[in-house]
Design a protein around this ligand. Structure first.
Ligand code: AMP
Ligand code: GLY
Length: 428
Protein backbone atom coordinates (compact mmCIF):
# COMPACT_ATOMS: atom_id res chain seq x y z
CA UNK A 1 0.00 0.00 0.00
CA UNK A 2 1.56 3.29 -1.13
CA UNK A 3 0.26 6.05 1.14
CA UNK A 4 0.40 9.84 1.02
CA UNK A 5 -0.02 11.50 4.42
CA UNK A 6 -1.23 15.10 4.23
CA UNK A 7 0.21 17.28 7.03
CA UNK A 8 3.55 18.05 8.60
CA UNK A 9 3.52 17.97 12.39
CA UNK A 10 4.22 15.57 15.24
CA UNK A 11 0.90 13.82 14.67
CA UNK A 12 1.79 13.08 11.05
CA UNK A 13 5.25 11.84 12.09
CA UNK A 14 3.57 9.42 14.53
CA UNK A 15 1.15 8.25 11.81
CA UNK A 16 3.99 7.64 9.36
CA UNK A 17 6.01 5.80 12.03
CA UNK A 18 3.01 3.52 12.67
CA UNK A 19 2.52 2.93 8.92
CA UNK A 20 6.22 2.17 8.49
CA UNK A 21 5.83 -0.77 10.92
CA UNK A 22 3.25 -2.43 8.69
CA UNK A 23 4.44 -5.25 6.42
CA UNK A 24 1.76 -4.04 3.98
CA UNK A 25 3.16 -0.52 3.65
CA UNK A 26 4.79 0.32 0.34
CA UNK A 27 6.05 3.78 -0.55
CA UNK A 28 5.26 6.44 2.03
CA UNK A 29 4.89 10.08 1.02
CA UNK A 30 4.14 13.25 2.98
CA UNK A 31 2.99 16.75 2.03
CA UNK A 32 4.50 18.93 3.30
CA UNK A 33 6.16 16.68 5.95
CA UNK A 34 9.06 18.01 8.04
CA UNK A 35 12.72 17.39 8.92
CA UNK A 36 11.98 14.19 10.85
CA UNK A 37 9.31 12.80 8.52
CA UNK A 38 11.80 13.19 5.63
CA UNK A 39 13.83 10.31 7.12
CA UNK A 40 10.88 7.94 6.71
CA UNK A 41 8.87 9.25 3.79
CA UNK A 42 9.46 11.23 0.63
CA UNK A 43 8.28 14.79 1.32
CA UNK A 44 6.71 17.17 -1.19
CA UNK A 45 6.50 20.89 -0.71
CA UNK A 46 2.71 21.19 -1.04
CA UNK A 47 0.70 22.86 1.73
CA UNK A 48 -1.82 20.69 3.60
CA UNK A 49 -4.57 23.20 2.72
CA UNK A 50 -3.74 23.31 -1.01
CA UNK A 51 -6.46 21.01 -2.36
CA UNK A 52 -5.55 21.53 -6.03
CA UNK A 53 -1.88 20.96 -5.21
CA UNK A 54 -2.61 17.72 -3.32
CA UNK A 55 -4.86 16.44 -6.13
CA UNK A 56 -2.11 17.18 -8.66
CA UNK A 57 0.45 15.42 -6.45
CA UNK A 58 -1.81 12.35 -6.23
CA UNK A 59 -2.20 12.30 -9.99
CA UNK A 60 1.59 12.10 -10.20
CA UNK A 61 2.25 9.62 -7.34
CA UNK A 62 -0.90 7.48 -7.70
CA UNK A 63 -0.95 6.42 -4.02
CA UNK A 64 -3.29 3.61 -2.95
CA UNK A 65 -4.52 5.73 -0.04
CA UNK A 66 -4.39 9.39 0.98
CA UNK A 67 -4.47 9.95 4.75
CA UNK A 68 -5.69 13.50 5.39
CA UNK A 69 -4.60 14.26 8.96
CA UNK A 70 -5.24 17.98 9.79
CA UNK A 71 -8.61 19.63 10.44
CA UNK A 72 -8.60 22.47 7.89
CA UNK A 73 -8.26 20.40 4.68
CA UNK A 74 -10.91 17.99 6.00
CA UNK A 75 -13.33 20.83 6.75
CA UNK A 76 -12.53 22.38 3.34
CA UNK A 77 -13.52 19.16 1.56
CA UNK A 78 -10.18 17.64 0.50
CA UNK A 79 -11.51 14.08 0.94
CA UNK A 80 -14.54 14.84 -1.26
CA UNK A 81 -12.29 16.16 -4.03
CA UNK A 82 -9.88 13.20 -3.80
CA UNK A 83 -12.74 10.68 -3.89
CA UNK A 84 -14.25 12.42 -6.94
CA UNK A 85 -10.88 11.95 -8.64
CA UNK A 86 -10.94 8.24 -7.77
CA UNK A 87 -8.47 8.23 -4.86
CA UNK A 88 -9.14 6.22 -1.70
CA UNK A 89 -8.82 8.20 1.51
CA UNK A 90 -8.73 8.08 5.30
CA UNK A 91 -10.66 10.99 6.83
CA UNK A 92 -14.22 12.36 6.81
CA UNK A 93 -15.92 14.23 3.98
CA UNK A 94 -16.74 17.91 4.52
CA UNK A 95 -20.37 17.23 5.48
CA UNK A 96 -19.12 15.10 8.42
CA UNK A 97 -15.98 17.14 9.27
CA UNK A 98 -18.40 19.95 10.16
CA UNK A 99 -18.69 18.19 13.55
CA UNK A 100 -15.40 20.01 14.32
CA UNK A 101 -15.77 22.83 11.78
CA UNK A 102 -18.85 24.33 13.43
CA UNK A 103 -19.48 24.30 17.16
CA UNK A 104 -23.03 25.55 16.52
CA UNK A 105 -23.58 22.40 14.41
CA UNK A 106 -22.07 20.01 16.96
CA UNK A 107 -23.98 21.54 19.89
CA UNK A 108 -27.26 21.28 18.01
CA UNK A 109 -26.50 17.69 17.05
CA UNK A 110 -25.89 16.78 20.70
CA UNK A 111 -29.06 18.54 21.82
CA UNK A 112 -31.19 16.86 19.15
CA UNK A 113 -29.87 13.37 19.94
CA UNK A 114 -29.57 13.72 23.75
CA UNK A 115 -25.80 13.40 23.87
CA UNK A 116 -24.57 14.84 27.19
CA UNK A 117 -22.84 18.22 26.84
CA UNK A 118 -22.81 21.65 28.50
CA UNK A 119 -26.01 23.79 28.27
CA UNK A 120 -25.60 26.47 25.62
CA UNK A 121 -27.02 29.09 23.29
CA UNK A 122 -25.83 30.15 19.84
CA UNK A 123 -25.65 33.79 18.68
CA UNK A 124 -25.09 35.54 15.38
CA UNK A 125 -25.25 39.11 16.72
CA UNK A 126 -23.24 40.60 19.58
CA UNK A 127 -26.12 42.48 21.25
CA UNK A 128 -28.15 39.33 21.90
CA UNK A 129 -25.02 37.49 23.06
CA UNK A 130 -24.26 40.23 25.57
CA UNK A 131 -27.91 40.40 26.70
CA UNK A 132 -27.82 36.63 27.30
CA UNK A 133 -24.63 36.88 29.37
CA UNK A 134 -26.24 39.63 31.49
CA UNK A 135 -29.43 37.63 31.98
CA UNK A 136 -27.53 34.46 32.92
CA UNK A 137 -25.24 36.35 35.29
CA UNK A 138 -23.28 33.16 36.10
CA UNK A 139 -19.48 33.06 36.02
CA UNK A 140 -17.21 31.63 34.83
CA UNK A 141 -18.97 31.38 31.49
CA UNK A 142 -17.52 29.87 28.32
CA UNK A 143 -17.47 31.71 24.98
CA UNK A 144 -16.55 29.74 21.86
CA UNK A 145 -15.98 30.89 18.29
CA UNK A 146 -18.11 28.71 16.00
CA UNK A 147 -15.40 27.83 13.48
CA UNK A 148 -11.80 26.61 13.46
CA UNK A 149 -9.43 28.86 15.42
CA UNK A 150 -6.20 26.87 15.87
CA UNK A 151 -7.41 25.64 19.27
CA UNK A 152 -7.58 29.23 20.56
CA UNK A 153 -11.25 30.00 19.99
CA UNK A 154 -12.42 29.18 23.53
CA UNK A 155 -12.47 31.87 26.22
CA UNK A 156 -13.37 31.14 29.82
CA UNK A 157 -14.60 34.46 31.21
CA UNK A 158 -14.40 34.92 34.98
CA UNK A 159 -16.66 38.00 35.09
CA UNK A 160 -19.01 40.15 33.04
CA UNK A 161 -16.30 42.48 31.73
CA UNK A 162 -14.15 39.71 30.30
CA UNK A 163 -17.22 37.95 28.85
CA UNK A 164 -18.29 41.15 27.09
CA UNK A 165 -14.74 41.73 25.86
CA UNK A 166 -14.58 38.16 24.47
CA UNK A 167 -17.86 38.58 22.57
CA UNK A 168 -16.74 41.92 21.15
CA UNK A 169 -13.31 40.66 20.10
CA UNK A 170 -14.85 37.70 18.27
CA UNK A 171 -18.01 39.26 16.81
CA UNK A 172 -17.04 42.91 16.24
CA UNK A 173 -13.24 43.04 15.97
CA UNK A 174 -13.10 39.77 14.01
CA UNK A 175 -10.32 38.22 16.08
CA UNK A 176 -10.85 34.79 14.51
CA UNK A 177 -12.12 36.08 11.17
CA UNK A 178 -15.29 34.39 9.90
CA UNK A 179 -14.88 31.63 12.54
CA UNK A 180 -16.03 34.10 15.22
CA UNK A 181 -19.02 35.68 13.47
CA UNK A 182 -21.19 33.08 15.23
CA UNK A 183 -20.48 32.26 18.89
CA UNK A 184 -21.63 29.57 21.28
CA UNK A 185 -21.97 30.56 24.93
CA UNK A 186 -22.01 27.63 27.28
CA UNK A 187 -22.16 26.50 30.86
CA UNK A 188 -18.80 26.11 32.64
CA UNK A 189 -18.17 22.47 33.55
CA UNK A 190 -15.63 20.99 35.94
CA UNK A 191 -13.88 17.66 36.25
CA UNK A 192 -10.93 15.75 34.78
CA UNK A 193 -10.59 15.86 31.00
CA UNK A 194 -10.11 12.75 28.87
CA UNK A 195 -9.36 12.49 25.15
CA UNK A 196 -10.68 9.41 23.35
CA UNK A 197 -9.82 8.91 19.69
CA UNK A 198 -12.03 6.41 17.86
CA UNK A 199 -11.81 4.65 14.53
CA UNK A 200 -15.13 4.66 12.74
CA UNK A 201 -16.44 3.68 9.32
CA UNK A 202 -19.73 5.51 9.87
CA UNK A 203 -21.55 2.45 11.27
CA UNK A 204 -19.14 0.84 13.73
CA UNK A 205 -17.06 2.80 16.21
CA UNK A 206 -13.95 1.41 17.95
CA UNK A 207 -12.35 3.51 20.69
CA UNK A 208 -8.58 3.62 21.02
CA UNK A 209 -6.68 3.76 24.29
CA UNK A 210 -7.58 6.97 26.19
CA UNK A 211 -5.19 9.84 26.76
CA UNK A 212 -4.69 13.08 28.69
CA UNK A 213 -3.50 16.31 27.09
CA UNK A 214 -1.73 19.21 28.86
CA UNK A 215 -3.00 22.28 27.05
CA UNK A 216 -1.49 25.15 29.03
CA UNK A 217 1.99 26.46 28.26
CA UNK A 218 3.52 26.24 31.75
CA UNK A 219 3.81 23.89 34.73
CA UNK A 220 0.84 23.70 37.07
CA UNK A 221 -1.54 24.45 34.14
CA UNK A 222 -0.44 28.09 34.06
CA UNK A 223 -0.08 30.32 31.02
CA UNK A 224 -1.91 30.41 27.71
CA UNK A 225 -3.65 27.52 25.99
CA UNK A 226 -1.44 25.84 23.39
CA UNK A 227 -1.99 23.09 20.82
CA UNK A 228 -0.84 20.71 23.61
CA UNK A 229 2.43 20.55 25.59
CA UNK A 230 2.41 16.84 26.33
CA UNK A 231 0.24 13.76 26.68
CA UNK A 232 0.03 10.47 28.52
CA UNK A 233 -1.89 7.29 27.71
CA UNK A 234 -3.89 5.64 29.10
CA UNK A 235 -5.76 8.27 31.13
CA UNK A 236 -6.17 6.86 34.68
CA UNK A 237 -9.49 8.69 35.22
CA UNK A 238 -11.10 6.70 32.43
CA UNK A 239 -12.19 3.57 34.28
CA UNK A 240 -13.77 0.51 32.60
CA UNK A 241 -17.20 1.61 33.91
CA UNK A 242 -16.76 5.04 32.32
CA UNK A 243 -15.61 3.43 29.07
CA UNK A 244 -18.87 1.55 28.85
CA UNK A 245 -20.95 4.58 29.78
CA UNK A 246 -19.18 6.75 27.18
CA UNK A 247 -19.60 4.10 24.49
CA UNK A 248 -23.34 3.70 25.19
CA UNK A 249 -24.26 7.33 25.81
CA UNK A 250 -21.78 9.26 23.68
CA UNK A 251 -19.73 7.37 21.07
CA UNK A 252 -22.36 5.15 19.46
CA UNK A 253 -25.15 7.78 19.67
CA UNK A 254 -22.85 10.29 17.91
CA UNK A 255 -22.14 7.92 15.02
CA UNK A 256 -25.82 7.07 14.73
CA UNK A 257 -26.77 10.74 14.85
CA UNK A 258 -24.36 11.57 12.02
CA UNK A 259 -25.77 8.68 10.00
CA UNK A 260 -29.35 9.83 10.65
CA UNK A 261 -28.41 13.33 9.49
CA UNK A 262 -27.08 11.94 6.20
CA UNK A 263 -23.52 12.77 7.25
CA UNK A 264 -21.81 9.40 7.87
CA UNK A 265 -18.46 9.97 9.55
CA UNK A 266 -15.50 7.93 8.32
CA UNK A 267 -12.00 8.20 9.79
CA UNK A 268 -10.89 9.14 13.29
CA UNK A 269 -13.39 10.90 15.53
CA UNK A 270 -11.90 12.56 18.60
CA UNK A 271 -14.04 12.98 21.71
CA UNK A 272 -12.87 15.64 24.15
CA UNK A 273 -14.69 14.65 27.34
CA UNK A 274 -15.07 16.12 30.79
CA UNK A 275 -15.87 13.77 33.65
CA UNK A 276 -18.26 16.04 35.55
CA UNK A 277 -19.96 15.19 38.86
CA UNK A 278 -23.08 14.59 36.73
CA UNK A 279 -21.34 12.11 34.42
CA UNK A 280 -19.18 12.34 31.30
CA UNK A 281 -19.99 15.19 28.91
CA UNK A 282 -18.66 16.18 25.50
CA UNK A 283 -16.51 19.33 25.54
CA UNK A 284 -15.62 19.11 21.87
CA UNK A 285 -15.44 16.86 18.85
CA UNK A 286 -12.48 16.85 16.48
CA UNK A 287 -12.77 15.30 13.04
CA UNK A 288 -9.22 13.89 13.12
CA UNK A 289 -6.43 12.45 15.22
CA UNK A 290 -5.34 14.75 18.08
CA UNK A 291 -1.93 16.33 18.31
CA UNK A 292 -0.08 15.36 20.59
CA UNK A 293 -2.56 12.58 21.56
CA UNK A 294 -1.62 10.53 18.48
CA UNK A 295 2.01 10.48 19.62
CA UNK A 296 1.05 8.41 22.73
CA UNK A 297 -1.85 6.40 21.28
CA UNK A 298 -0.35 4.95 18.09
CA UNK A 299 2.80 3.52 19.74
CA UNK A 300 0.44 1.37 21.85
CA UNK A 301 -1.56 0.16 18.82
CA UNK A 302 -0.85 -3.52 18.14
CA UNK A 303 -3.14 -3.93 15.11
CA UNK A 304 -1.70 -3.06 11.70
CA UNK A 305 -2.71 0.53 10.86
CA UNK A 306 -2.86 -0.35 7.13
CA UNK A 307 -5.48 -3.02 7.91
CA UNK A 308 -7.51 -0.45 9.84
CA UNK A 309 -7.33 2.12 7.03
CA UNK A 310 -8.67 -0.47 4.56
CA UNK A 311 -11.38 -1.70 6.92
CA UNK A 312 -12.57 1.87 7.54
CA UNK A 313 -12.66 2.73 3.84
CA UNK A 314 -14.43 -0.52 2.95
CA UNK A 315 -16.88 -0.14 5.87
CA UNK A 316 -16.06 -3.46 7.49
CA UNK A 317 -14.62 -2.21 10.77
CA UNK A 318 -17.08 -4.50 12.62
CA UNK A 319 -15.06 -7.52 11.50
CA UNK A 320 -11.65 -6.22 12.62
CA UNK A 321 -10.32 -6.61 16.17
CA UNK A 322 -8.32 -3.58 17.24
CA UNK A 323 -5.82 -4.23 20.00
CA UNK A 324 -3.61 -2.06 22.19
CA UNK A 325 -0.71 -3.03 24.43
CA UNK A 326 -1.12 -2.94 28.20
CA UNK A 327 1.72 -0.53 28.86
CA UNK A 328 1.76 3.26 29.01
CA UNK A 329 3.18 6.00 26.84
CA UNK A 330 4.25 9.59 27.55
CA UNK A 331 5.06 12.50 25.22
CA UNK A 332 6.83 15.69 26.32
CA UNK A 333 6.67 18.52 23.80
CA UNK A 334 9.80 20.63 23.43
CA UNK A 335 8.71 24.05 22.16
CA UNK A 336 10.39 27.24 21.00
CA UNK A 337 10.77 29.85 23.75
CA UNK A 338 7.80 32.25 23.57
CA UNK A 339 5.35 29.71 22.08
CA UNK A 340 2.29 29.98 21.80
CA UNK A 341 3.02 33.65 21.20
CA UNK A 342 5.99 35.07 19.27
CA UNK A 343 9.02 32.79 18.92
CA UNK A 344 12.19 32.53 16.83
CA UNK A 345 12.99 29.73 14.39
CA UNK A 346 16.21 28.49 12.80
CA UNK A 347 17.81 27.32 16.08
CA UNK A 348 20.17 24.35 15.68
CA UNK A 349 18.94 21.22 17.48
CA UNK A 350 21.56 19.03 19.14
CA UNK A 351 21.37 15.65 20.86
CA UNK A 352 19.69 13.79 18.00
CA UNK A 353 21.39 11.28 15.71
CA UNK A 354 21.47 11.52 11.90
CA UNK A 355 17.91 10.12 11.79
CA UNK A 356 16.65 12.75 14.20
CA UNK A 357 16.27 10.15 16.97
CA UNK A 358 17.87 9.43 20.34
CA UNK A 359 18.34 6.34 22.50
CA UNK A 360 15.44 5.26 24.72
CA UNK A 361 12.74 7.36 23.07
CA UNK A 362 10.86 7.91 19.84
CA UNK A 363 11.29 11.51 18.74
CA UNK A 364 8.36 12.84 16.72
CA UNK A 365 9.30 15.97 14.86
CA UNK A 366 6.70 18.75 14.84
CA UNK A 367 8.55 21.89 13.73
CA UNK A 368 11.96 20.95 12.35
CA UNK A 369 13.68 21.21 9.00
CA UNK A 370 17.00 20.25 7.46
CA UNK A 371 19.27 23.23 6.84
CA UNK A 372 22.70 22.64 5.27
CA UNK A 373 22.94 19.19 6.79
CA UNK A 374 21.86 20.38 10.23
CA UNK A 375 18.46 20.06 11.84
CA UNK A 376 16.94 23.41 12.88
CA UNK A 377 13.70 24.54 14.53
CA UNK A 378 10.93 25.73 12.20
CA UNK A 379 7.81 25.97 14.37
CA UNK A 380 6.34 26.61 17.82
CA UNK A 381 6.13 23.01 18.86
CA UNK A 382 9.44 21.49 17.79
CA UNK A 383 9.70 17.89 19.06
CA UNK A 384 7.41 15.39 20.78
CA UNK A 385 9.80 13.32 22.88
CA UNK A 386 7.93 10.07 23.43
CA UNK A 387 8.59 6.86 25.33
CA UNK A 388 6.59 3.76 26.13
CA UNK A 389 7.00 1.68 29.28
CA UNK A 390 5.39 -1.01 31.37
CA UNK A 391 4.01 1.71 33.64
CA UNK A 392 3.31 5.41 33.28
CA UNK A 393 6.13 6.11 35.72
CA UNK A 394 8.60 4.24 33.54
CA UNK A 395 7.37 5.89 30.33
CA UNK A 396 7.72 9.35 31.89
CA UNK A 397 11.17 8.59 33.26
CA UNK A 398 12.36 7.48 29.83
CA UNK A 399 10.83 10.47 28.02
CA UNK A 400 12.31 13.03 30.45
CA UNK A 401 15.73 11.33 30.33
CA UNK A 402 15.72 11.78 26.55
CA UNK A 403 14.54 15.41 26.87
CA UNK A 404 17.57 16.18 29.04
CA UNK A 405 19.91 15.07 26.26
CA UNK A 406 18.32 17.30 23.59
CA UNK A 407 18.84 21.03 23.31
CA UNK A 408 18.27 24.12 21.20
CA UNK A 409 18.43 27.79 22.14
CA UNK A 410 15.47 28.90 24.32
CA UNK A 411 13.92 25.42 24.34
CA UNK A 412 10.91 25.28 26.61
CA UNK A 413 9.06 22.24 27.94
CA UNK A 414 6.80 21.41 30.88
CA UNK A 415 8.44 19.51 33.73
CA UNK A 416 5.12 18.17 35.05
CA UNK A 417 3.65 16.14 32.18
CA UNK A 418 1.89 13.13 33.70
CA UNK A 419 2.15 14.43 37.26
CA UNK A 420 -1.63 14.67 37.71
CA UNK A 421 -2.11 11.26 36.11
CA UNK A 422 0.41 9.68 38.51
CA UNK A 423 -1.40 11.36 41.40
CA UNK A 424 -4.73 9.97 40.18
CA UNK A 425 -3.22 6.47 39.94
CA UNK A 426 -2.10 6.73 43.56
CA UNK A 427 -5.61 7.79 44.64
CA UNK A 428 -7.29 4.76 43.07
P1 AMP B 1 -11.61 23.23 23.13
O1 AMP B 1 -10.74 24.05 22.20
O2 AMP B 1 -13.06 23.20 22.79
O3 AMP B 1 -10.98 21.88 23.43
O4 AMP B 1 -11.51 23.97 24.55
C1 AMP B 1 -10.27 24.21 25.11
C2 AMP B 1 -10.33 23.94 26.58
O5 AMP B 1 -11.25 24.84 27.20
C3 AMP B 1 -10.83 22.55 26.95
O6 AMP B 1 -9.83 21.58 26.90
C4 AMP B 1 -11.35 22.78 28.35
O7 AMP B 1 -10.28 22.74 29.28
C5 AMP B 1 -11.88 24.20 28.29
N1 AMP B 1 -13.34 24.19 28.11
C6 AMP B 1 -14.02 24.15 26.96
N2 AMP B 1 -15.35 24.14 27.19
C7 AMP B 1 -15.52 24.17 28.52
C8 AMP B 1 -16.67 24.17 29.39
N3 AMP B 1 -17.92 24.17 28.93
N4 AMP B 1 -16.43 24.19 30.72
C9 AMP B 1 -15.17 24.22 31.22
N5 AMP B 1 -14.07 24.22 30.45
C10 AMP B 1 -14.23 24.20 29.12
N1 GLY C 1 -4.50 18.23 21.44
C1 GLY C 1 -5.77 18.71 21.11
C2 GLY C 1 -6.13 18.63 19.70
O1 GLY C 1 -5.53 17.95 18.90
O2 GLY C 1 -7.10 19.29 19.31
Amino acid sequence: MDILVVGGGGREHAIITALKKSPKAGKLYAAPGNGGIAKQAECFDVKATDIDGIVALCEKLKPDYVFVAPDDPLVMGMVDRLNEKGFKTFGPKANAAIIEGSKAFSKELMKKYNIPTAQYSTFTDPDSAIAYIKAQNTYPTVIKADGLALGKGVIIAEDYDSAEAAVKSMMIDGRFGKSGSTVVIEEFLTGPEVSVLCFTDGKTIKPMVSSMDHKRAYDGDKGLNTGGMGTVAPNPHYTPELQKECYDKIFLPTIKAMQAEGRPFSGCLYFGLMLTPKGPKVIEYNCRFGDPETQVVLPLLKTDLCDIIEAVYEQRLDSLDIEFSDGACACVVMASGGYPEKYDTGKVISGLDENGQCVGAEIYHAGTKADNGRLVTSGGRVLGVTAAGNSLEQALERAYKAVEGISFENAHYRKDIGKKALQALKNF
